[in-house]
Design a protein around this ligand. Structure first.
Ligand code: KG4
Ligand code: ZN
Length: 381
C-alpha cells in the first residue's frame, strides 16, 4: 500500500510518499519546505502568512516528493471540475493544482493521508482541502491523522512492534503532554502543561536573550558553548524547576520564562550582551526544562510500569533531553527508549505517513474537517 501524506499543521509544508509492507513502513520520497526565515521577523508563527505559504508550497513540495518516489510521469491525472468547490477558499492553490493535474500523471497511490489537527486552524484547512481534492482526483480513500500521533509513530520506520504500556512525552511548540499508550489506538492523558508548552518556553526565552527563532535549537547551540571548567567566574544563575515536585503530572513553563526575564533585566548592559552570560543562561534554561520533563517522565514510567518510552515533537530533538532519557535504560532495566532523529522529531510528512499506516480511512473523505484542538486520548487519568 502506497500512501501520499500531507502535513501543514504549523509552519512546515511537507509531503511524503510512504509504503506499508507487512507492518513496516518505508519512505519512497519526501520533501519539506520550512517557513522559518519568513516567521523569524515576528519571533513566532504568523498564521495568515503561514497559510499563504502552504498554498504556494504544496504543489512544488508534492512534485519533489513524487519525483523522488518515481511516481510521476507526463500525462493527465485529472481535470475534475469538482475540485473548484473543494479549493474555493484557496484560489491560488486551486489554479496550481488544476495545472499540475492536467500536465502530470500521479501513479500508484492507494491512499492520501493528511494532518487534521491539532495545529493552526487556517494552516490545517489548506492541507485538508488539498488532500480532499487529491483523494477525489485519484479516486482513493483519505486517512485523517492526528498530529500528535504522527509525532509518536516515527519509530515505525525502524520497527513494527513495541511493548505496551508505553509512556510517551510529547513536547513541541504547542504541546507538552505525558501520554499513556495501552495499544496503538488507546491513549490516556497523564499530565499536560497548564500554560506555556516547553517549546514555547524555549522560543520566548531565546527572544529575551536575543538569540533568534526558533528558540529551541538556538538555545541548544548556545548551551553547547558553555563549559563548566572554563566558564569562570560564573553568573550563578539558578532558574526554578516549576511544578517538579507537584503530586500530579502537570507542567508549567510560563514562570520559568518570567524568571529568565527577571534575571536578564537585573544584569548590566555588558553582561546582557556577553557570550558567557548567554551561554550560561542557555545552559540553565535547557537544564531546567529538561530536568522537569525527565523527572515527571520517570515518575510516570514507575507508576505505570511502562515497558517502552517514546519521545516526540520538536523539543525532543534536544540532545540534552535525549541523553537524560537514554540514561533511563540503566535505571529501568529492560525498558526500551525510542528517540526520534532531529528530522523526525520536528514537523514533517513522513511521520504522517507512518501514522497513516496504522489508521483506517474515513468513510466519507469529503466530510473530513480540520480541528485545531483535537486530542489523541480518550481518557484522562
Ligand atoms: O513539533 P514542532 O516541529 O512543531 C510543533 O508542532 O510545534 O516543534 C517546534 C518546537 C519549537 O518550539 C522549537 O523551538 C522546538 O520545537 N525545538 C527545540 C529543538 N528543536 C526544535 N527545542 C529544544 N531543543 C531543540 N533542539
Ligand atoms: Zn509538531
Amino acid at each position: 500500500m502506497i500512501i501520499l501524506a500531507i502535513e501543514t499543521s504549523c509552519d512546515d509544508t511537507g509531503v511524503a510518499v510512504v509504503e506499508k509492507e507487512k507492518g513496516r513502513v518505508k519512505v519512497l520520497g519526501s520533501a519539506l519546505s520550512s517557513q522559518t526565515e519568513i516567521h523569524k521577523k515576528w519571533g513566532g508563527v504568523y498564521p495568515t502568512e503561514a497559510k499563504r505559504e502552504h498554498q504556494k508550497n504544496l504543489i512544488p513540495v508534492m512534485k519533489k516528493a513524487l519525483k523522488k518516489a518515481s511516481l510521476l510521469e507526463k500525462g493527465i491525472t485529472s481535470n475534475s471540475k469538482e475540485i473548484g468547490k473543494i479549493l474555493s477558499r484557496e484560489s491560488f492553490l486551486l489554479k496550481e493544482t488544476e495545472n499540475f493535474l492536467k500536465k502530470n500523471k500521479i501513479k500508484k497511490i492507494d491512499a492520501v493521508a493528511v494532518t487534521t489537527g491539532p495545529g493552526l486552524e487556517p494552516c490545517l484547512w489548506v492541507g485538508v482541502n488539498f488532500a480532499k481534492a487529491l483523494s477525489l482526483c485519484l479516486d482513493v480513500p483519505l486517512i485523517p491523522i492526528n498530529h500528535i500521533k504522527a509525532h509518536l509513530f516515527f519509530f515505525l520506520f525502524e520497527k513494527e512492534k513495541i511493548k505496551f504500556p508505553a509512556v510517551a512525552l510529547v513536547a513541541s511548540g504547542g504541546h507538552t503532554e505525558l501520554v499513556l499508550a495501552n495499544s496503538f489506538s488507546s491513549f490516556e492523558l497523564i499530565g499536560k502543561t497548564r500554560d506555556d508548552a516547553a517549546g514555547e518556553c524555549f522560543d520566548k526565552a531565546a527572544r529575551i536573550l536575543g538569540l533568534g527563532y526558533p528558540g529551541g535549537p538556538a538555545i541548544a547551540r548556545q548551551a553547547e558553548l558553555w563549559k563548566s571548567e572554563i566558564q569562570n567566574p560564573k553568573f550563578e544563575i539558578n532558574l526554578p524547576r516549576p511544578m517538579m515536585y507537584s503530586k500530579n503530572y502537570d507542567f508549567s513553563f510560563s514562570g520559568l520564562k518570567t524568571a529568565v526575564l527577571y534575571d536578564f533585566l537585573s544584569r548590566n548592559e555588558r553582561t546582557k550582551k556577553s557570550k558567557k552570560y548567554k551561554a550560561e543562561m542557555a545552559k540553565e534554561i535547557e537544564e531546567a526544562i529538561t530536568d522537569v520533563l525527565v523527572f515527571k517522565l520517570k515518575k510516570a514510567v514507575k507508576e505505570y510500569r511502562a515497558k517502552t518510552i517514546i519521545l516526540g515533537g520538536g523539543v525532543t530533538a534536544n540532545k540534552t533531553l535525549q541523553k537524560k532519557v537514554k540514561k533511563m535504560e540503566k535505571e529501568f532495566p529492560g525498558i526500551e527508549v525510542l528517540l526520534p532523529s532531529i528530522r523526525l522529531a520536528t514537523d514533517n510528512a513522513e511521520i504522517v505517513g507512518a501514522a497513516a499506516a496504522l489508521e483506517k480511512p474515513a468513510k466519507d473523505s469529503q466530510k473530513i474537517e480540520a480541528n485545531a484542538n483535537i486530542k489523541i486520548y480518550d481518557k484522562m487519568r
